[in-house]
Design a protein around this ligand. Structure first.
Ligand code: ZN
Length: 285
């Protein structure tokens, strides 16, 4: 298990090639590409421009001696009924396909996506929601098989106003098992699980060999804060020990932008070096 970070520790105005170089210099051997933060820009690029952008980022990683082991895919929005950036569901599907081809160029094995509710009020049943998500994600199986890139479906975090599906590992597992494909697995977001008051040990153990990616982030148990371990109340010894116990083969991948991106740029590299040491400490527990 390597300690890895999303490149979202740098805001989008900083070129990803520079973000790669600085994360590698801080000691990270693996990285997560934050395609999500660039989906608006990507929509204004031709497919050829996007490929050139991806090839430059890949070249910077190769030069720095680091590998991309995850990517956060584009997001549709809070539910399938209220899509971001005025996307239609068809346009979002095209964006997913583009992101998978970009992941292939970057050498990313697993791209993380959000399963979600269908409507804003969450009035639909769990069965309807499960069926829709299975049908939606199954459409991408041909491109997964063509590129060899897998998708990891993430545990979500709940809204107060309506029941949010796929916040518990049981529902995440049901969706993944219904898709029943070796290129479909799970991403465990520790902070989402903590906000939902879940036991990390039980959740990670339940996901077992389905687990392909992680979003490592801490919080106070009530807000989805995306901060570094020990800045919240997660039991990190339990997380590390359970990841090892299930034979998890992916990386310990930070999604902790609120501890790093918020720093002035002059101290950010030191923050990254600290985050990397902290990750190595935790995975040795
Ligand atoms: Zn996440």
């Amino acid at each position: 298990m390597n300690v890895s970070t999303s490149l979202n520790v740098f805001d989008a105005a900083i070129p990803r090639t520079e973000a790669v170089r600085r994360c590698a210099a801080a000691g990270f051997a693996s990285l997560d590409m934050n395609y999500w933060d660039f989906q608006k820009q990507v929509l204004h690029m031709s497919e050829e421009e996007e490929r050139a952008w991806a090839r430059d980022i890949r070249a910077s990683a190769d030069e720095a001696g680091v590998r991309f082991t995850q990517m956060h895919g584009p997001v549709h929005g809070p539910t399938f009924a209220n899509l971001v950036l005025e996307l239609t569901l068809d346009a979002y599907e095209r964006l997913v396909e583009r992101s998978l081809r970009t992941a292939h160029i970057l050498g990313v094995p697993w791209v993380v996506f959000h399963p979600s509710n269908l409507s804003v009020d969450g009035g639909e049943s769990y069965e309807q929601t499960l069926e829709f998500n299975v049908r939606f994600y199954r459409k991408f199986v041909p491109i997964l098989e063509e590129t060899g890139v897998g998708i990891a479906l993430e545990n979500m975090t709940g809204h107060r106003q309506a029941r949010t599906y796929f916040t518990v590992p049981e529902e995440q597992i049901e969706l993944i098992d219904a898709l029943d494909h070796p290129l479909v697995g799970a991403c465990w977001d520790t902070g989402h699980g903590h906000k939902m008051s879940l036991n990390q040990k039980e959740a990670i153990a339940a996901l077992g060999s389905r687990l392909k990616a992680t979003h490592i982030q801490d919080n106070n148990g009530t807000h989805d804060q995306h901060v570094l371990p020990y800045q919240g109340t997660i039991r990190w010894d339990e997380v590390a020990q359970t990841l090892k116990a299930i034979g998890y083969e992916g990386d310990f991948t930070y999604e902790t932008h609120n501890s790093i991106r918020t720093l002035p740029d002059g101290i950010r590299d030191a923050g990254l070096t600290y985050a990397c040491s902290l990750g190595h400490y935790i995975i040795s527990l």
